[in-house]
Design a protein around this ligand. Structure first.
Ligand SMILES: CC(C)(COP(=O)(O)OP(=O)(O)OC[C@H]1O[C@@H](n2cnc3c(N)ncnc32)[C@H](O)[C@@H]1OP(=O)(O)O)[C@@H](O)C(=O)NCCC(=O)NCCS
Length: 323
């Protein structure tokens, strides 16, 4: 059966490192941030846009896949912080890559964006419509952060990418389970800049162009829906948690990931994390951790991997993959 597998990976983050001590000014501390969130530092853009990060990650993934940009049929960019509201960030990335024979569009699912984009790319390959799809998750949450608030500690900027290619071999994506619950939309939102509250002097004065997050609701939802979804995909495909080599999750906080691991009965050593160095890069998290693990020789043929994400919307999901 025609399937999609990960042929190449890449990632890129801005060089500028911001350590936790920076947040003393807003009443936080290195001790609190590391203990509760697992973050030591994050990368913050000093002028690079989301498409700049996405382009660099995408270019590295194409090189890693031993392909030319002209081989790419489709570019999907998962982002909540596109360069402009229109056109899509994917158009910027396509132009920067010079991948003029590809079609390109964005997917908006915030922290679940990479997973939703991967699942979309896989459908195009399985259907036979395209052979090579470049999926990029990229965000610059620094551009929607109110740096005078304590919740500015959570996010960093970064991008990760993967080339999905067709295969007839016994490897690649086994299954996806995706969910959305729009009743959760107020718990993580950017109020202004859309058709509901068009940008105005008033919206800027009210700081409505920054993200607003209900931290406790995010926590409560994440530790409820993600373990259920992982159980669902394992049961459906007759696997147990012992069969899984690595969980490559979105990186909201170390506390959330430890609770998820505990609930599904997975030793935390099997959970890949890098939020100590990047914090939460939203769309970037899963493709970045995938690239780091891949480049460090972390996968062997036949390894079963789980991807899991949860984000604003609410949106959440899992994917099961055979390396
Ligand atoms: C943010 C979070 C740690 C807050 O913990 P909480 O106990 O649920 O709720 P509160 O916001 O009431 O915070 C409780 C205490 O934590 C401390 N605290 C919260 N945020 C802090 C910060 N950034 N720095 C230092 N201390 C902080 C304070 O002592 C606070 O008490 P105070 O409000 O009286 O000062 C927790 O809800 C969480 O991890 N949420 C998930 C958020 C997330 O992962 N977002 C990213 C994915 S979209």
């Amino acid at each position: 059966m025609r399937n999609a597998y990960i042929k190449g990976t890449g990632s890129y983050a801005p060089a500028n490192v911001v350590k936790n001590d920076f947040f003393k000014a807003v009443g936080s501390s290195d001790e609190w941030i590391f203990k509760n969130l697992g973050i030591r530092e994050r990368r913050i853009s000093t002028g690079e846009t989301t498409s700049d990060l996405a382009f660099k990650a995408g270019q590295l993934a194409i090189e890693d896949a031993d392909l030319e940009t002209s081989d790419i049929d489709l570019i999907i960019v998962a982002t909540a912080t596109p360069d402009r509201p229109a056109p899509s960030c994917a158009c910027f990335v396509q132009e920067k890559l010079g991948a003029m024979s590809s079609v390109a569009f964005d997917i908006s699912a915030v922290c679940s964006g990479a997973l939703f984009s991967i699942s979309t790319g896989v459908q195009f390959i399985r259907s036979g419509m395209y052979d090579h799809v470049l999926v990029i998750g990229a965000d610059t949450f620094s551009t929607i952060t109110d740096w005078s608030r304590r919740d500015s500690v959570f996010f960093g900027d970064g991008a990760g990418a993967m080339v999905l290619s067709e295969t007839e071999e016994d490897k690649g994506f086994i299954d996806f389970i995706l969910h959305t619950d729009g009743r959760g939309k107020e718990h993580f939102t950017i109020l202004a800049g859309g058709s509901e509250v068009p940008t105005s002097q008033d919206s800027v004065d009210r700081k409505q162009h920054f993200f607003h997050m209900n931290g406790p609701e995010v926590y409560k939802t994440a530790i409820d829906v993600v373990p259920k979804c992982i159980d669902e995909i394992l049961n459906k495909n007759n696997y147990s948690v012992e069969d899984i080599k690595w969980l490559l999750p979105h990186q909201p906080s170390i506390g959330i990931l430890k609770t998820i691991a505990e609930k599904i009965g997975m030793p935390f050593e099997k959970v890949k994390t890098n939020m100590d160095r990047y914090a939460n890069t939203s769309g970037g998290t899963i493709p970045i951790i995938l690239d780091e693990t891949h480049k460090n020789g972390g996968f062997e043929a036949g390894d079963l991997l789980l991807f899991a994400a949860v984000g604003a919307g609410w949106t959440w999901g899992t994917a099961l993959y055979k390396w």
